[in-house]
Each structure stands twice: as C-alpha cells, then as structure tokens.
Ligand binder design. Structure first.
Ligand SMILES: C[S@@+](CC[C@H](N)C(=O)[O-])C[C@H]1O[C@@H](n2cnc3c(N)ncnc32)[C@H](O)[C@@H]1O
Length: 173
C-alpha cells in the first residue's frame, strides 16, 4: 500500500469496491454474544458502507456511531436505507482525536475487516480499551491469513499460530 490509508480506501470506495456481506452466521453470533442493545451506545470503527452499523441499530437495538476515514462511504452508510438511520461520520481512528466521538464510552465496539489496516496494533488496542465501558465487548472480524502475523504484538494476538503444514486461508475481504 503506497498511498496514504485514507487515499487508498477512498479510491477503492469511489471506484465501487464493496466487501464481504454480513452472513447469517455472523448475525447469529452477534445476537448470541452482544445481545440486545436497549439503546446503549456502540461504535463501528471502519464502518465502510455501514451494513454492520445499521444491523446494530435496526436489529439489535444499539445506538451506534459508525466512523470511516473514506468520505465516499458516508453516502452509502447514512441512507436512504431507513428514515431512522444510525449516525455515521468521517473520522480516522488512527490520527483523529477520538475524544470528539459523540459518546465518551461504548458498550460494544465493532471492528469488521479493518484489523489489517492498523499499523500500531498495541497503541490501537489501548485506545479501544479506553473507549469501552467496563465489561464492554470488542467485536473483531478479521481475515484468516498467515500474512503479517509477525507484526502483531503478542498481547494483541493471543491465538496460536496456524500449524506449519496447514493450508493458509487467504480469502480476500
Ligand atoms: C475492508 S473495509 C471493511 C468495511 C466494513 N467494516 C465492512 O465490514 O464491510 C475496511 C474499512 O476500514 C476503513 N479504514 C481503514 N483505516 C481506517 C482508519 N484509520 N480510520 C477509519 N477507517 C479506516 C476503510 O476506509 C474501509 O472502509
């Protein structure tokens, strides 16, 4: 990736690039593990077209904010899917001041297909910890691949590394 992350993402979204749709398995797991939102605040980091942000809002009852650094995502993320769509805004979680988010803390922070874009994963996870309410949930959906695992600090990546003789899964997002 030679362009800045914002320029890179913006170019892809503006050219019509779209990512993996939320599956039934994901929606089942979300319902099981996050439970009903009852209007509690949620934060969808790197929300893209806002599909997960809307799911948190429309199906689980959270009051989510979606942020993405690519301005082109906003038109898709904010409507016209429903009159009562969640709040989405352009923001870079790596460089912008996250204290300017609408809520000081979140019951749920979702991070779907974005982890590989984070350069300083340790610093990022510290920020997430500060934004979660005590006992809150950080929901990560990420690609299964061996690429780049060595750059993730051990405290941020607790899962065992894949067996050396197993086939790496490298499905594109
Ligand atoms: C692969 S897309 C996934 C979008 C969405 N989460 C989904 O599941 O469809 C990754 C998204 O992360 C956003 N992104 C990457 N780095 C970011 C950053 N530092 N701040 C905000 N958004 C970022 C990109 O603009 C892009 O929309």
């Amino acid at each position: 990736m030679t362009a800045s992350p914002v320029a890179y993402s913006e170019r892809l979204w503006a050219s019509g690039r779209r990512y993996r749709q939320i599956t039934d398995t994901e929606t089942q797991l979300l319902a099981e593990h996050l439970g009903p939102g009852h209007g509690r605040p949620a934060l969808d980091l790197g929300c893209g077209d806002g599909a997960l942000t809307r799911h948190l809002h429309n199906h689980l009852g959270y009051r989510p904010t979606g942020i993405d650094c690519a301005p082109s995502t906003l038109a898709t993320a904010t409507g016209p899917h429903t009159d009562d769509h969640p709040h989405c805004q352009v923001m870079d979680f790596a460089t912008d001041d996250l204290s300017e988010l609408p809520d000081p803390a979140y019951a749920v922070i979702t991070f779907r297909l974005v982890f590989r874009f984070v350069t300083d994963k340790g610093a990022f996870l510290d920020q997430v910890r500060q934004l979660l309410v005590p006992g809150g949930t950080f929901w990560v959906v990420t690609e299964l691949t061996t690429d780049g695992l060595t750059t993730i600090p051990s405290r941020a990546w607790a899962s065992p590394r894949p067996e050396s003789n197993s086939s790496p899964r490298a499905d594109p997002p």
